[in-house]
Design a protein around this ligand. Structure first.
Ligand code: C2O
Ligand code: CU
Ligand code: CU
Length: 496
């Protein structure tokens, strides 16, 4: 197909490398020359480094300082990374109670403009980290917004036009957890038994560094790396007590999809999705989680013997030309004795209820197949746009859709003729998945709640019913494969 030709023609040449300065320029030999791992294949480590848990900081008064720093990502030499704090990849877990006011000062100590997008938080337009709403090097901005939404696992990452993928890949991201009374009443595992896990893959060189020099293939498929990190560390282990844990799973990767499972075949009890608790728990053994998506699960280690080891892993999966060919371990749990928790999963989790399709006042359809869009368009930031929605690539001067504040609408993402998976993400709205036709042909357990990102595999058409927030202004919606997004697969809506 067209894409194959691109790969053969370009080899190690980067599509955008000439036009846009990259953050670290040490990888002089180019992408293929001195890399120690291969993009699509995963190389497991020894699972003998303890899993770090990002510190929790109140979101009612925090500072994030984007900067170049080093972090212990791999065994041995520290990696050059970007962090929101000195000495670390990633940022703290920001946390607050629903009803509180978030106030986070962002300082940009990078040599490029950047910003912060609060993924899953319904903020005013000027607080959303719109791609053109950036903080210049040396500058700062106080992000302040009320959080009036359900408890859940949200996150933050940069969103500058054309640079979202690079800044996020090099280390800028973090969790944003919202608590509320409805969730607290359930007595779910908390404290050390409530583990946020962000899964990301990096392409490391022989100096333990990762660079952002995507090849044409990376831009077409999404950047994938041979080293899978959890909470910023490659191949970690976690000691767990023989009891129930809450795992807040976030796929924070640029392009890789994980088919998450436990190596002993034990189930995940899904309790929440992108937008908080499900109505009732769902039990599954695999979760196909795409970039940007979250799954809030309970895992019981209660009847495992002390010393038992079980891996969080990714199983193979079909439906994609490039992904899912390999099974690999991600994180090792080692069970130790602990106090029994006598925890029973509540039969009813929340007051979530489905929005009937009849409530929608408008229907819109988006062709995300990208057939014919490859390589055809110029203009985005001086590079070549290769991904589109409805045949259009991102243009910050153009409003693509106008939506009424608070509206309920049905949006269809149509990948019927596509060959790439696309996790589609809306800002300033949550949606429910109505149906999926073609491809996998069903709505999955981890999609049965409020979502802000939904995976549309090749051959699929997914209909969602979205409820837009009351905030007016210009917001984006896009594919959360960050290479697709940065190469144009993003449009603008004005909420009026
Ligand atoms: Cu997490 Cu516009 O994205
Ligand atoms: Cu978002
Ligand atoms: Cu995409």
């Amino acid at each position: 197909m067209k894409r194959r030709k691109f790969i053969q023609l370009t080899g190690g040449i980067t599509l955008l490398g000439g036009a846009v300065p990259t953050m670290f320029s040490a990888c002089k030999k180019g992408h293929m020359g001195d890399m120690t791992d291969v993009a699509h294949e995963v190389f497991e480590g020894a699972f003998n480094v303890a899993l770090p848990v990002p510190p929790v900081v109140s979101a009612t008064g925090a500072t994030l300082t984007a900067q170049k720093t080093t972090a212990a990502v791999f065994k041995g030499k520290k990696s050059d990374v970007l962090g929101y704090q000195q000495g670390g990849i990633l940022g703290p877990t920001l946390r607050l109670n629903a009803g509180e006011q978030a106030s986070v000062t962002f300082k940009n100590n990078l040599d490029q403009p950047s910003n912060v997008h609060w993924h899953g938080l319904l903020t005013p337009a000027n607080m959303d980290g719109h791609p053109t709403d950036v903080v210049q090097p040396g500058g700062s901005l106080n992000y302040s917004f009320p959080v009036n939404q359900r408890a859940g696992t949200y996150w933050y990452h940069p969103h500058p036009d054309f640079k979202t993928a690079e800044h996020t890949y090099l280390g800028l991201a973090g969790f944003f957890i919202v608590d509320d009374a409805e969730e607290q009443a359930l007595g779910l595992p908390s404290g050390a038994y409530d583990l946020p896990l962000v899964i990301q893959d990096k392409h490391k060189d022989s100096n333990n560094n990762f660079h952002y020099h995507p090849t044409m293939s990376d831009l077409m498929n999404g950047m994938t790396g041979g080293s899978v990190l959890v909470n910023g560390v490659h191949s970690p282990f976690a000691e767990v007590e023989s009891r129930t844990y809450r795992l807040r799973l976030l796929n924070g990767s640029n392009g890789r999809i994980y088919n998450l499972a436990l190596s002993n075949g034990a189930p995940f009890t899904i309790i929440g999705t992108d937008g908080g608790l499900l109505a009732a728990p769902e039990t599954v053994t695999t979760i196909l989680l795409a970039p940007g998506e979250r799954a809030d699960v309970l895992v019981s280690f209660a009847n495992m013997a002390s010393g038992a080891e079980v891996f969080l892993k990714s199983e193979t999966f079909g439906g994609s030309e490039f992904q899912g060919k390999q099974a690999f371990n991600i994180l090792k749990f080692r069970v130790k004795d602990g106090q029994a928790d006598n925890f029973n999963v509540p039969a009813v989790l929340s007051s979530f209820s489905p929005v009937p399709g009849s409530q929608a006042t408008k229907t819109r359809s988006f062709d995300i197949s990208n057939d014919g869009g490859h390589g055809g368009h110029g203009g985005h930031g001086g590079g070549m746009a290769v991904h589109t929605i409805n045949g259009k690539s991102y243009d910050h001067t153009r409003i693509d859709e106008t939506v009424n504040a608070g509206a309920t609408e049905i949006w269809t993402f149509d990948n019927t003729h596509g060959i790439d998976p696309h996790p589609m993400h809306l800002h300033s709205a949550f949606f429910q998945v109505l149906d999926r036709t073609g491809g996998r042909g069903q709505v999955f357990s981890h999609e049965k709640g409020w979502k802000d990102t939904v995976l549309v595999m090749p051959g699929e058409k997914v209909r969602v019913i979205a409820v837009f927030a009351e905030n007016k202004g210009v917001f984006v919606f896009h594919c959360h494969n960050l290479e697709h997004e940065d190469t144009g697969m993003m449009l603008q809506m004005e909420v009026v």
